[in-house]
Design a binder for this molecule. Structure first.
Ligand SMILES: [Zn+2]
Length: 354
């Protein structure tokens, strides 16, 4: 049985455009269908690509309209549909951003992380900029109940992805890593995972404050790539050997090439972002002579989520929070993230909880 209110507050976009297309309004509260849960949202983060770019022009992802943005809500299960025995009302959960189709060959073979037609919450399905969100019961995962929701939203947005990237790169145990954009949330997560696993972490960021923030998270060396030559500094920090793994998530053509030039023999470049551009030049001779690998994309699995829960319970994870705003101030939140002046995440919470 559910006792959901008939209507709820949500941020709806009916067309693409500037922050003015974000309408804070009343819409019908979603009711759980068979196999669904409805989550009472407590927090959702604002992300440059998933939220801002989708709002501006759809980001080439063919989103549904009208749309409620919000790819990573966390909250409390408020209602369960028929046939759901895996989840219970009152459970604290994070909603997976990527929703497996449940019908493709990989999904039916028990590999939803390799789904061939994944859909994205807040792009292809109404997301978490709302009081409630409806998703499949298999799309939510229990999170530690003693974790505050704003921290949880930021942690579960970025750490499963970061653990997934580290896993793709071979685990990042006892290696030398270069983390570009180390003051960003994903970068901050990668710095912490590298240190947990005994690696030496060289953190690079575009400001002295960003470098300092990464050093405070445990990075062994820091480089401001706006003021210094990245390759020269990385070589100086690694006895001229270079790094085993470089994480580069900006897609900026100069930064990407510079990070690629820092790879040691058999090194791996991992890339999962392109907010700074989407075309880069690759030195092919370097690629094959040094037997380098370039890996793309996130694919976080249950294992990455469990790793995040375990580390969060031990209170070892930190994602800086810039500010917490009520949903009704969503336009301001988007402007803040667009301006790239926020240091840390901007988190939205429903007005009733603000
Ligand atoms: Zn599938």
């Amino acid at each position: 049985m559910s006792s959901l209110p008939p209507t709820m507050k949500a941020v709806l976009i009916e067309r693409f455009g500037g922050p003015e297309v974000l309408a804070y309004c009343d819409v019908p509260t979603p009711q759980p269908g068979p196999g669904d849960v409805v989550v009472e949202v407590r927090a959702a983060t604002v992300n440059l690509t998933l939220d801002i770019h989708t709002r501006q022009d759809g980001d080439g992802r063919n989103p549904m309209l009208p749309l409620v943005l919000g790819s990573d809500p966390v909250g409390v299960i408020a209602a369960v549909g028929s046939g759901v025995d895996s989840r219970r009302i009152g459970e604290h959960v994070a909603v997976a951003s990527t929703l497996a189709c449940a019908t493709c060959a990989n999904c039916t073979a028990g590999r939803p992380d390799a789904c061939t037609q994944p859909r994205h919450l807040g792009i292809h399905r109404w997301g978490g900029y709302a009081d409630y969100v409806r998703v499949g019961a298999s799309d939510v995962r229990a999170i530690p109940a003693d974790l505050d929701f704003t921290s949880a939203a930021a942690i579960f947005r970025h750490f499963p992805a970061a653990y997934g990237l580290a896993r793709k790169a071979g685990g990042c145990h006892d290696q030398t890593l270069l983390v570009m954009g180390a003051s960003g949330a994903l970068g901050a997560a990668l710095v912490q995972i590298g240190k947990q696993r005994g690696s030496r972490v060289v953190a690079a960021a575009g400001s002295d404050a960003g470098v300092q923030a990464a050093l405070e998270l445990g990075a062994d060396a820091g480089i401001n790539y706006r003021r210094h030559d990245l390759e020269a500094e990385v070589m100086a920090a690694t006895d001229a050997r270079g790094v085993d793994v470089a994480f580069e998530n900006s897609g900026d053509s100069k930064l990407w090439a510079a990070a690629f030039a820092c790879l040691a023999r058999n090194g791996t470049m991992v890339t999962a972002g392109a907010h700074g551009g989407d075309e880069v030049a690759v030195n092919i001779k370097r690629l094959y002579r040094l037997k380098l690998r370039i890996l793309g994309g996130t694919a976080n699995t249950e294992e990455d989520f469990v790793a995040t829960c375990d580390a969060a319970v031990r209170n070892r994870l930190r994602i800086p929070i810039h500010c917490i705003l009520p949903l009704s101030r969503v336009a301001e939140a988007h402007e803040l993230v667009s301006s790239r002046t926020a240091v840390g995440k901007v988190v939205l919470v429903p007005d009733r909880a603000a």
